[in-house]
Write a protein that binds this ligand. Structure first.
Ligand code: PMT
Length: 219
């Protein structure tokens, strides 16, 4: 059991960006590459977990030994996939960078240019992590990420409380060696008991194991 400490645990992981379509040829997105979430999925499978990976559009290869792999594009599709797969999960880790807003209307023909200015109205997407926090069973352990550019710790702690989750991994995304797209990351883990653990800069693949080790020690 020592080399498979997550044997028998079902883990749901979300990774990558979302795409919010405006018309058939255009969309809004962000810089998430999926590397962090895929590293966690891979590490969890190595540690023996039954992994369900829900992924936005990325160019990474699907990790080995997943139980389930679901590809989605929009935040709404991710929300549906999460709800459909939430039951029976022991641990949920939300490393995906979900768009907070989407274009209010989808225009089904390519938008033509006309005037000098073009106004785009956006509408709120569901907050998937907040919904999970509201509907989780007492046995489920919920881990969120927070990508921050300012007041990093304060904003992270506020998300941990507002979303009613067990743990948040706070990412200062202004650092060149951390955050979106990089192979390394630098994060601080905060749990709801107030414990804080600051990790040095390290490869995302190694950090994934460290985060899971922390979770295993606190299960
Ligand atoms: O993919 P990489 O290139 O490797 O980059 C990794 C990363 C920077 C994307 C990752 O480490 C990270 O920080 N992920 C969270 C990105 C994010 O969207 O953070 P947020 O602070 O906006 O959201 C907070 C939490 O709520 C996140 O767990 C997010 O998945 C969740 N959320 C946010 C909005 C929304 N509508 N629904 C959500 O579930």
């Amino acid at each position: 059991l020592e080399d498979k400490p997550l044997a028998g645990q079902k883990i749901l992981i979300t990774a990558g960006p979302t795409r919010e379509a405006l018309d058939p040829v255009r969309y809004m997105t962000n810089h998430s590459s999926g590397k962090m979430g895929y590293a966690i999925a891979e590490a969890a499978a190595v540690k023996g977990a039954e992994v369900t990976l829900i992924s936005g559009p990325v160019t990474l290869e699907k990790p080995d030994n997943l139980k389930k792999y679901i590809q989605i594009e929009s935040a709404e599709e991710m929300f549906t996939a999460v709800k459909d797969n939430l039951k029976d999960q022991n641990i949920i880790i939300k490393s995906a960078a979900v768009a907070d807003y989407r274009p209010k209307v989808y225009i089904d023909k390519k938008i033509k240019k006309s005037d000098e200015h073009f106004n785009l109205t956006l509408t709120r997407n569901p907050d998937i992590l907040k919904w999970i926090g509201m509907h989780k069973t007492p046995e489920q352990l919920i881990v969120g990420f927070a990508a921050e550019t300012n007041d990093v710790m304060e904003n992270g702690i506020s998300k941990l409380k507002k979303k009613n989750i067990d743990m948040i991994i706070v990412n200062d995304v202004t650092r060149a060696d951390a955050g979106f797209g990089t192979d390394t990351n630098c994060v601080t883990l905060i749990d709801k008991k107030g414990n804080k653990k600051a990790y040095p800069v390290m490869p995302k693949k190694q950090l994934a194991h460290s985060i899971l080790d922390y979770i295993i020690a606190n299960l």
